[in-house]
Design a binder for this molecule. Structure first.
Ligand SMILES: *Cc1c(COP(=O)(O)O)cnc(C)c1O
Length: 446
């Protein structure tokens, strides 16, 4: 007898089976029975084409689905405003003045930070700038910022503008690490070797924990250790890592990190983002920070004094009073993560992504397609990226959507990203995506 998990693992890739695609739909349904996930907690968009009422939604790495609980919770916050007006700051059931504190502990659990190290505020790129105010301080020959060549454009623009802000030439200052010729993803040594050789010139290492394009998960603790040993500050953009892979930011000694909440955290378009600053920097008055009235300790906020008294927590990086109606969806979403737990999510993620990989392995044969995400499950989250050899990625995803009801994400010119999200994606979604891809991209020399 197998447990449901063992059974799912066996079916999803533990034992290779030929021609999975052809006979795979029944198998997908069977897998969904033994390894069901938490789809019932979410609104799944109706399909825009194909034979199924619901879309096969594999774009949760771009925008996560809406939890069913979000609407009522949001309405409750709106009702408090209607009933209480300004008194809601203290009298609302979830009082507005300390509202952000409700998000701190669950966000800290998700990233492996301590509550004093973690806060939800602003949006991601804004937070990267606020953190670089403190942690990018070029001096002497130590001026460089190390990013990935395939960094998300917003991060690239942010670090280049920071270099310019300090009077430096961004072309000389920003170092873009690229994979070796013929390889699709960075190796850990590609980063650590650079840091060993050039480290005394590096002020800041700012990498994506999971790369948005390839889905590669970098070795965060190893690279953090190498960067810090070289005397650099090491920060991580966790936009594609949070809620996707287990994180232990405090124990990994990461200097700082930032993430958004609208991808795997399902908190809605433009949702409030999160920040981690390691304990060793908290209360350090030599660090420059930009301040506002939310930077001073809560007890001193209404003393209306001209000089702030920041707490020795990451809340010192806050500036403005937070948007309450944007906090509710983050809180509701974090409750789902607390209830399910990252270990269980990661375990299902490995099974589900393994299943999609085995299907795609069959689809790519004879077609101008290549999976560029690392094959080692330890080096990726739940996203598999397919590079297409001909045609436009955007055209392809349009056809997947309108002809098959499969929602994937295109990154021009030639990458299509599929993300089976362990909270709500199904094995059948994966099967539909693979079958749709096979039906849409013709074989070369059939
Ligand atoms: C999604 C994403 C962003 C988006 O930035 P916003 O400031 O939230 O608009 C930035 N960086 C990375 C790596 C991302 O994946």
């Amino acid at each position: 007898m197998h447990t449901p998990e063992q059974e799912a693992h066996r079916l999803a890739g533990g034992e290779a089976q030929a021609h999975r695609l052809a006979g795979g739909e029944a198998e997908a349904h069977r897998l969904d029975e033994v390894d069901p996930g938490h789809r019932h907690l979410f609104h799944v968009p109706p399909a825009d084409g194909g034979d199924h009422p619901e879309s096969a939604y594999l774009a949760g790495n771009s925008l996560g689905l809406q939890p069913r609980a979000t609407r009522d919770e949001l309405l409750a916050d709106l009702d408090a405003w209607a009933r209480l007006g300004v008194e809601g700051h203290v009298e609302a059931a979830r009082a507005w003045l300390p509202y952000h504190e409700l998000l701190t502990a669950p966000a800290a659990r998700l990233v492996g930070g301590r509550p004093a190290e973690t806060v939800v505020m602003n949006s991601l790129t804004v937070n990267l700038h606020l953190l670089m105010v403190s942690f990018y301080r070029p001096a002497g020959v130590r001026t460089r910022i190390v990013i990935e060549d395939a960094a998300f454009p917003s991060d690239s623009y942010a670090v280049r503008s920071q270099a310019r802000f300090h009077g430096l030439d961004p072309d000389d200052t920003v170092v873009r690490l690229r994979p070796r010729d013929g390889e699709d993803a960075l190796r850990t040594e590609d980063v650590t070797d650079y840091l060993a050789a050039e480290g005394e010139r590096v002020a800041l290492v700012l990498l994506g924990g999971v790369n948005y394009l390839t889905g590669e998960l970098l070795d965060i603790p190893a690279i953090t250790a190498a960067g810090r040993a070289a005397g650099a500050v090491v920060g991580w953009d966790l936009a594609h890592a949070v809620g996707n892979v287990p994180l232990s930011l405090h124990d990994w000694d990461v200097d700082f990190a930032a993430w958004c909440s609208y991808k795997y955290l399902n908190s809605g378009p433009g949702a409030l983002a999160g920040v981690f600053v390691h304990e060793r920097h908290l209360g350090d008055e030599t660090l420059p920070r930009f301040e506002g009235w939310w930077s001073t300790a809560a007890a001193t906020r209404f003393e209306m004094t001209p000089v702030s008294r920041p707490p020795a927590t990451v809340e010192a990086w806050q500036i403005s009073n937070p948007p309450i109606f944007a906090m509710g969806p983050v809180r509701t979403s974090l409750e789902v993560f607390d209830a399910v737990g990252m270990p269980a999510l990661r375990a299902r993620s490995l099974r589900l992504t393994g299943w999609l990989e085995s299907l795609l392995d069959e689809v790519v044969v004879g077609r101008p397609l290549r999976v560029v995400t690392p094959r080692d499950p330890a080096r990726r989250g739940c996203q598999l990226s397919v590079r297409i050899g001909a045609g436009s990625a955007a055209e392809l995803t349009k056809r997947l959507r309108h002809e098959h009801g499969v929602i994937a994400d295109a990154r021009e010119p030639d990458v299509v990203r599929f993300a089976p999200v362990p909270l709500y994606s199904t094995y059948h979604d994966c099967w539909r995506a693979a079958a749709a891809l096979a039906a849409t991209v013709g074989k070369v020399n059939p």
